[in-house]
Design a protein around this ligand. Structure first.
Ligand code: HEC
Length: 206
């Protein structure tokens, strides 16, 4: 045990069942750490909350997307058929993989929440080129180049294109902040009617 009988040590008057307390100054190293945490806490929100630093929430979502991507890589190639796309579109973790690609490449024209900018609103259930989940995959793969929608097969492989299609499918029925008026005349039945029993996707929503 260390020596508590420093000259400045004072024993407080207060006594509880014979237990007495010292009233010593806090050690210098302790006070320094205390002030350091306060100074750190001033910079933390500036950088991570308002600034460029990724928030805990964003880091978590990026990690989940990465884990889902690894899981998908282990599954091998997935077939971009209706049932697989629908199954992936209701799988909360796998949808995050498509969302990450969407935010990077598609948000400029379709809005970060899919509400539409130059490109059409992808949330309203009304489509120009789409009658089934497979059509989403085809449009994303081949684009509608003459109308300003690029072909994404140059950048993404089939699995990634399928995940993008699944994310776009999941946007249907969501409420974007500034929805663009519906374009097109196709109003396909709910995606769930195209089946969810997929070979590669799995319909787990854990
Ligand atoms: C440069 C702008 C631009 C970018 C970037 C872009 N799109 Fe598009 N997109 C469009 C336009 C314009 C259309 C409408 C095409 C038409 O009129 O047939 C469209 C149509 C679509 C459609 C069909 C909608 C419908 O109603 O038929 C889907 C799905 C789609 N885009 C998904 C995506 C995805 C996914 C990405 C990112 C990988 C993406 N787009 C990136 C401009 C863009």
């Amino acid at each position: 045990m260390s020596d508590h009988t420093q000259p400045e040590a004072q024993i407080l008057d207060h006594d509880c069942d014979g237990i007495r307390e010292y009233d010593n100054a806090l050690p210098g190293w302790w006070t320094m750490i205390f002030w350091a945490t306060i100074i750190f806490s001033l910079f933390y929100p500036v950088y991570y909350h308002w600034g460029v630093g990724a928030s805990v929430h964003e880091e978590y979502e990026a990690d989940v997307a990465l884990a889902a991507e690894e899981q998908i890589a282990r599954l091998g190639p997935i077939t971009p058929d209706n049932a697989t796309i629908v199954a992936l579109s209701i799988d909360a973790k796998k949808v995050l993989v498509g969302r990450a690609m969407f935010r990077t490449n598609c948000a400029v024209c379709h809005g970060a929440d899919g509400g539409g900018l130059v490109g059409p609103n992808l949330c309203d259930g009304v489509y120009i080129n789409i009658k089934s989940p497979e059509d989403i995959y085809k449009v994303v793969r081949d684009g509608v180049v003459a109308k300003g929608m690029p072909a994404w097969s140059v950048r993404y492989n089939d699995t990634q294109l399928t995940l993008l299609a699944a994310y776009v499918a999941s946007l249907r029925g969501t409420t974007p902040a500034a929805p663009k008026a519906p374009q097109g005349t196709n109003e396909p039945p709910p995606w769930s009617t195209f089946g969810t029993t997929a070979a590669g996707g799995g319909a787990k929503t854990d």
